[in-house]
Design a binder for this molecule. Structure first.
Ligand code: UD1
Length: 464
């Protein structure tokens, strides 16, 4: 585009103010700003600003929402048993058909930790970071089933460099670069509300933020990850968030249910602890499974009860999904059709004189779970909260989801595993197990010494 065409296209789309400080900028900054502007799909953005995309009427949706088709924790809800599901999942793991995706692009501002969340030390005794918790466990699972599981970690411009730097300094946590792919998601500009003007964060910089975990679709495709996985024989992807240290890696029971149901996308859920818990709600509407965020679900719907007094919309989203690779291929080839959600926030910018000020802004994000309504045979699998979900979201002192809550959950889980394997553990004593020595109840029973008598706080460490 010539300079004249560039300026006129920016102006035509009502974004001429972006070039407001142009004449003050040195050539390098001018070039950088132009690149930022050129990377934005201004026409698409204008459609979003004008609300031309389908706006969702959550009141209406919620009034029709019922619980999703689900396999419950007691095994009911499937035409096969949990043992058959486990067998199917284990067979897939032995055949190397699983890959894992970890999303780690969020900025973790609620936690008050100014580095990528994956670097947060969460191991209650080991101080292992969230990344270590995930990577050690996945390596252990791969090793147990005799087939290494490739891992795809999605970062964002806010977390990418520090994540790579951390991994390099720590020898990629023992992973080969061939099996650990780290790639960066895209961004979306923030716009002023209601004018729709793109916000300048500095004279030469647009306010950009990660495009939501729904940006995964584009990022996987652009970074050749699906092709890479295909070459390794991967057919299914297990998806989790870096902020949940308790999540199982490629849980064979979840994978097995997903395979036996021939589901395009399966999601693990836990029973909500109370009606207004701040988790997404997995629901079924007109025969399609979908997730309605807690912030979008009207209170009356969240509180609706069944005749037995239990919550009608009980299934809480813990963001553990299994995707069929072919389903991801299909949705990508149709173009990323995930809708954009809007988050209204105060955003820092410059006034006409270049002085800092705050304006009302909107950020646009896509959510990966919006794939659910597009999936055939989508299914929810109920997991137990104490074994599946202890997210690190809030700073210490908050009511829930703090590092302390997560550490307690890890300690309690490892104690349960050891005790069910026959160990005697003194009260007030803490135990943590490195996943190579056992990553679930069964493997702990198989691998840890029999008749353990634990009288002092112990980290059962694994050394290579
Ligand atoms: C999310 C879910 C919520 C669920 C909860 C479970 C959404 C919109 N909501 O809430 O339904 O109950 O997790 O813990 O997802 N991320 C990226 N790139 C982005 C944005 C986020 O990689 O652009 C990653 C983050 O690193 C994090 C995860 O996605 O691992 C969740 O993001 P976050 O914004 O923390 O979601 P929550 O509001 O906690």
């Amino acid at each position: 585009l010539s300079w004249v065409d560039f300026v006129s296209s920016v102006e035509q789309l009502g974004q001429g103010h972006l070039l407001r400080f142009w004449n003050e900028l040195p050539p390098q900054s001018q070039e950088s700003l132009r690149k930022q502007v050129e990377q934005i799909d201004l026409v698409r953005l204008q459609e979003l600003v004008q609300g031309k995309d389908q706006r969702v009427d959550f009141e209406d949706l919620a009034s029709r929402a019922i619980a999703p088709p689900a396999v419950l924790a007691d095994g009911s809800g499937a035409r096969w048993s949990a043992v058959e599901a486990r067998d199917a999942g284990q067979a897939a793991l032995r055949e190397g058909k699983l890959g894992m995706i970890l999303v780690a692009g969020g900025q973790g501002s609620r936690l008050g930790f100014d580095r990528p969340k994956g670097l947060f030390p969460i191991g209650p005794l080991s101080q292992r970071t969230l990344f270590q918790m995930h990577l050690d466990r996945l390596a252990a699972v791969g090793c147990y089933y005799g087939r290494a599981i490739p891992l795809y970690v999605m970062t964002s411009p806010a977390t990418h460099e520090e994540t790579i730097d951390y991994l390099e300094r720590n020898h990629w946590l023992g992973w080969s670069r061939e099996l650990l792919r780290v790639f960066c998601q895209g961004v979306m500009p923030a716009v002023e509300f209601p004018s729709g003007k793109i916000i300048l964060e500095a004279k030469d910089r647009i306010a950009l933020s990660p495009d939501g975990h729904g940006g995964l679709l584009n990022a996987l495709a652009q970074n050749g990850c699906l092709q890479h996985a295909k070459e390794l024989g991967v057919e299914q992807f297990y998806y989790a968030q870096v902020d949940n240290p308790l999540v199982a890696s490629c849980d064979p029971v979840v994978v097995g249910h997903h395979l036996l149901a021939q589901s395009d996308m399966t999601t693990q859920v836990v029973r909500k602890r109370h009606a207004l818990e701040r988790v997404g709600n997995v629901v079924s509407i007109d025969g399609r499974v979908q997730i309605i965020e807690y912030s979008d679900l009207p209170e009356s719907a969240a509180k609706r009860l069944l005749p037995d007094g239990s919550l009608a919309l009980w299934a809480g989203n813990i963001a553990v999904h299994v995707f069929q690779g072919a389903f991801l291929d299909r949705t990508i080839s149709l173009g990323n059709q995930l809708p954009f959600h809007r988050a209204y926030k105060k955003i820092s910018t410059l006034d006409d004189q270049g002085k800092p000020q705050q304006v009302d802004g909107v950020k646009f994000e896509r959510f990966i779970f919006d794939l659910l309504p597009l999936a055939s045979n989508a299914l929810a699998i109920e997991g137990k909260g104490e074994d599946a979900f202890a997210p690190v979201k809030n700073a210490e002192g908050a009511e829930g989801d703090t590092p302390t809550h997560a550490r307690q959950a890890i300690l309690a889980q490892h104690r349960r595993w050891l005790e069910s394997a026959g160990a005697v553990i003194a009260p007030q004593v803490d135990v943590e197990i490195h996943p190579r020595l056992g990553f679930d109840e069964r493997t702990v029973a198989e691998r840890m010494p029999k008749g353990l008598d634990v009288r002092k706080t112990t980290y059962f460490e694994f050394s290579f």
